[in-house]
Design a protein around this ligand. Structure first.
Ligand code: THG
Length: 367
């Protein structure tokens, strides 16, 4: 078995030592870092998220820090969602597109001050993109990667654990709002957010030297609720209909195709990158849509690393982009990105490796 390991181009997280101590068994590269993706017991990891609480090293969700007199202008130029009503202390889930209207990221934007933002990004180099756009537009901003590393605490017991450590005030945080906090001299921000629909928070560690300390504080506080390690769960997120940028999208995917149209404001100024193209795409008609799929074949099977072709009446209609065994539905489910003439309830065939499998197309989210 070949190895892939940390180096200066594949950095480790401040929580690396802690995740090794928890028994991490697999990593995946993401934003030039290593993200833990398994602790060897998918069922236990799923159950903790659904019924208890889990802590995740998601420091790969890097922050692009934009500061300066033109910071708000730049963040809007990069975002196809109208951010004019985003206030200090608030976060917003925000698609970003290139000039062709192709989705290039879907960060959570955090507004720290009128002239200070973090883009909490998915897997793509938005720091370089932001610098290029800022320079071309002659904007006065600084764009850096700060020493900030999120840890997610997710699940129905997450609020009790976080409140136990930081105080009951966290219970009043609204969805995507955040506030400063400190524990044992560790500076952080706490946001009600996270890549699951089971509720919880993200703790943005602001001192990379204190990763194990923060990890262990949460670990201790969660003992009575059976806390354990986890990661952005590959199946819960499918059940919940959460998009994986780069997993369910490719270099030709626009936000309308993958259910992000509600976050696109076509009335934004044409200076916003992607808006002119998105208006044109909308006018000409969106060609594909993202739907759910349920495979007839009801045996647990691993997720997949490639998109599988999907056929309807013998015609290629698109691809299955992700999938996995759903413990709640006791069957294999996934997402498809298919042409518009594929409708809910349609019977299709998924070409998985060399095996065709019958399946039914359905609505998202599954729950
Ligand atoms: N948290 C933070 N940063 C992130 C992620 C995160 N960066 C990378 C990645 N995840 C970005 N992608 C998403 C995708 C979905 C959501 C958040 C980040 C999400 N979506 C909800 C939904 O679709 O139902 C809510 C969106 C809304 O209605 O506002 O939460 O997880 N810090």
């Amino acid at each position: 078995m070949a190895e892939i390991g940390p180096n200066t181009r594949l950095r480790v997280s401040p929580f690396y030592e802690a995740t090794l101590a928890e028994g991490v068994t697999a990593f995946s590269p993401y934003n030039n870092m290593l993200m833990p993706v398994s602790y060897g017991n998918p069922q236990a990891e799923y159950d903790r998220l659904m019924n208890g609480v889990a802590q995740w090293d998601v420091s790969v969700q890097r922050q692009v820090e934009i500061k300066g007199p033109d910071a708000a202008t730049l963040v809007q130029i990069l975002s196809v969602r109208d951010l004019s009503n985003c206030v200090v202390g608030q976060g917003k889930y925000t698609p970003m597109c290139d000039h062709r209207g192709t989705l290039i990221n879907d960060p959570v934007v955090l507004k720290l001050a009128e002239d200070h933002f973090w883009l909490s990004i998915g897997d793509n180099n938005i720091r370089m993109w932001a610098r290029a756009i800022a320079a071309e537009r002659g904007l006065m901003v600084s764009i850096e990667e700060p020493d900030v590393s999120p840890m997610a605490v997710q699940g129905p017991k997450a609020e009790d654990v976080v409140a136990h450590v930081f105080g009951d005030w966290v219970r009043d945080l609204k969805y995507f709002w955040f506030a400063d906090a400190e524990i044992n001299g560790i500076p952080l921000k706490i946001q009600r957010s996270g890549y699951s629909k089971q509720g919880g928070f993200e703790l943005y560690l602001m001192d990379g030297g204190r990763g194990s300390d923060l990890w262990n504080i949460i670990r201790e506080a969660g003992q009575s609720h059976g806390i354990g390690p986890g990661n952005p769960n590959p199946v819960e997120r499918i059940e919940s209909g959460l998009l994986s940028y780069g997993g369910d999208t490719d270099d030709a995917t626009n936000p309308f195709e993958v259910r992000l149209g509600k976050y696109v404001d076509l009335d934004l100024d044409t200076s916003v990158v992607g808006i002119p193209a998105l208006r044109q795409i909308k006018e000409q008609g969106v060609q594909r849509h993202q739907l759910g799929i349920v495979l007839d074949h009801q045996e647990p099977q691993p997720g997949h690393a490639i998109w599988y072709d999907v056929f309807k009446d013998g015609q290629l209609v698109g691809q299955m982009t992700n999938g996995g065994w759903s413990p709640r539905l006791q069957t294999v489910i996934g997402f498809v990105l298919v042409s518009n003439d594929v409708e809910l309830g349609d019977r299709v065939t998924v070409q998985r490796n060399n095996t065709p499998e019958a399946a039914t197309v359905c609505a998202l989210p599954f729950f």
